[in-house]
Write a protein that binds this ligand. Structure first.
Ligand code: E4P
Length: 217
C-alpha cells in the first residue's frame, strides 16, 4: 500500500519524504488555507520535493471553470493529480482531463455508486472519506471494502485512495482490505510507530543499561 501524506506543510512532508515514507501528497483547500501559502507556489514546491503524485484541488463548481483551473494546475508539474469533487461537473472535468492524459483524483466520495461513476469517468484515484463517515456513525472501512470488491469485479484500474484517515488503525485496516493508497496526516503516519509494549520494553532495557553501566560509545 502506498502512503500519501495529507498536508501542505513543507517541513512535515520533507521529514517523512527523507525517510522514504512518502509516495505522494494530497492537499485540499482547507489544508492550503491552513498553510497560509499561495496554492500555486506551495504546490510547485511540493512537486519539486516529491516524485509521486501531488493532488491539487480545483475551487470552481462549474465544469468549464473547473477544467480551466485543472489545466492550469496540471501545468505546475508532471506529477500533478488534479483533484475534483464528486459532483456531476467534477465527473465531466475528470473525463476531459483524463482524456488529455492528466491524472485526476476524484474526492469527497461517500458511496460505492459515486466510486463506480468516478471509475467510468477515467479517474486515476478515487478518494473515499473514511473518518467523515465514521463521524456520522457509518462504517467508513466498509465503504473501502465495497469499492475494492466492485473495482475488482470489473477490472477497473482506478486506484482506491483511502482519505480522511484519523488513526493508525485506519491505516492497517485499509492495508488488510487492499486499498491502493492511504493518505494520512503526518501525525497519524508517525503514530503508527507507537506501541505501549515497545515503550514498556524500552523502559525495562534502559533500567538494566543504567544498573549495569552498559556503554557502547
Ligand atoms: C484528502 O484527500 C482529503 O481531503 C482529506 O483526507 C480529508 O480529511 P479530513 O476529513 O480529516 O478533513
Amino acid at each position: 500500500m502506498k502512503f500519501f501524506v495529507d498536508t501542505a506543510e513543507i517541513d512535515q512532508i520533507k521529514e517523512l519524504n527523507d525517510l522514504g515514507m512518502v509516495d505522494g501528497v494530497t492537499t485540499n483547500p482547507s489544508l492550503i488555507a491552513k498553510s497560509g501559502r499561495d496554492i500555486l507556489e506551495v504546490t510547485k514546491e511540493i512537486c519539486d520535493m516529491v516524485s509521486g503524485p501531488v493532488s491539487a484541488e480545483v475551487v470552481a463548481l462549474d465544469a468549464e471553470t473547473m477544467l480551466a483551473e485543472g489545466r492550469k494546475l496540471a501545468k505546475i508539474a508532471d506529477n500533478i493529480a488534479v483533484k475534483v469533487p464528486l459532483t456531476w461537473a467534477g465527473l465531466q472535468t475528470c473525463k476531459a482531463l483524463s482524456d488529455e492524459g492528466t491524472m485526476v483524483n476524484v474526492t469527497l466520495c461517500f458511496s460505492a455508486n459515486q466510486a463506480l461513476l468516478a471509475a467510468k469517468a477515467g479517474a486515476t484515484f478515487i478518494s473515499p472519506f473514511i473518518g467523515r463517515l465514521d463521524d456520522i456513525n457509518i462504517d467508513g472501512l466498509e465503504l473501502i471494502e465495497d469499492i475494492r470488491t466492485i473495482y475488482d469485479n470489473y477490472g477497473f484500474d482506478t486506484n482506491i485512495l483511502a482519505a480522511s484517515i484519523r488513526s493508525a488503525n485506519h491505516m492497517s485496516e485499509c492495508a488488510k482490505i487492499g486499498a491502493d493508497v492511504c493518505t494520512a496526516p503526518p501525525a497519524v503516519i508517525k503514530g503508527m510507530a507507537n506501541h505501549v509494549l515497545t515503550d514498556k520494553g524500552l523502559a525495562g532495557f534502559m533500567a538494566d543499561v543504567e544498573k549495569a553501566g552498559i556503554k557502547i560509545l
